[in-house]
Ligand binder design. Structure first.
Ligand code: OAD
Length: 249
């Protein structure tokens, strides 16, 4: 463990007494599982690929094969990834506090694999597939020449169940996330650059309603200025330590 890791006592005390903890995670929590983030200068996906060519409905209509193939590559990366100590610490934390709401922007399913329940997935799940026209969920499709394959129910093209730029977030997930942000005592923003709306507004709702806002990130973000407390470092190191300090006495 790096000796310079500091967890402010105010965070530990608040966590110990909180009735409702809300957590928002982004790509950074899965970085230590080998899943690339989006906006980091050298390694982020959007440093190498253009989201307008890959992650919009227009891109899919223009070139469905390109988009399908790119998501198939990402799906394979995710399939090989395993949850890291950061994911496991959040799953453990849920059993130690009266209420924990876990909201993620990630589509990799690693929180669920680590044992977290009722995860609010704002941006969908890359391991799920649905059809473009009718959102029929499909678990398998005939092997064939069609790329993307076609929906066995309606014949429309299949696509990943992720939210693309310009699409609405799942309404139920968003309203539950907003409510959990407005009613928590402590809000953790973990491994997200805070650049994508509406997820980026959730910490603001938490502050407006009197919660302690804690940011966990190795780098400053858009949110840093608003955070009451900063935990500077990697989620896979800091989260187990935080849970241990607050609850293993
Ligand atoms: P970003 O790539 O924008 O930000 C990742 C953040 O994780 C950065 O602030 C990093 O500093 C931080 N980070 C890196 N390694 C970390 C570690 N080990 N522990 C903790 N933090 C670490 O990713 P998001 O904020 O998740 O949307 O991006 C939001 C959305 O933009 C994504 O959900 C995706 C993307 O376009 C869709 O696909 C709809």
């Amino acid at each position: 463990m790096s000796p310079e890791i500091i967890i402010p006592d105010s965070v530990i005390q608040k966590l110990k007494t909180a009735r409702h903890v809300t957590v928002l995670t982004g790509a950074g929590i899965s970085a230590e599982s080998g899943v690339p983030t989006f906006r980091e200068a050298q390694t982020g996906l959007w440093a190498k690929y253009d989201p307008q060519e890959l992650a919009t409905p227009q891109a899919f209509r223009r070139n469905p094969k390109l988009v399908w193939d790119w998501y198939s590559w990402r799906r394979e990366l995710v399939r090989q990834a395993k949850p890291n100590p950061g994911h496991f610490a959040l799953a453990k934390l849920a059993n130690l506090v009266p209420k924990l709401t876990l909201i993620t922007q990630n589509v990799d399913g690693l929180h669920q694999q680590a044992g977290s329940k009722n995860v609010i997935c704002l941006h969908g799940n890359i391991t799920e597939t649905k059809c473009y026209t009718n959102s029929h969920f499909v678990e398998s499709w005939p092997d064939g020449e069609d790329v993307p394959p076609k929906c066995p129910m309606c014949g429309s093209l299949l696509r990943p169940n992720v939210v693309w730029f310009g699409e609405n977030l799942p309404g139920d997930a968003l309203s539950t996330a907003v409510q959990a942000s407005q009613t928590c005592d402590i809000f953790f923003s973990i491994g997200t650059s805070g650049l994508v709306h509406p997820a980026a507004l959730l910490p603001m709702y938490a502050i407006e309603n009197g919660a302690l806002l804690v940011e966990l990130n190795p780098q400053p973000t858009q949110l840093t200025h608003y955070a009451h407390e900063l935990l500077t470092g990697a989620a896979g190191e800091l989260l187990p330590l935080l849970v241990e300090r607050a609850f293993d006495s």
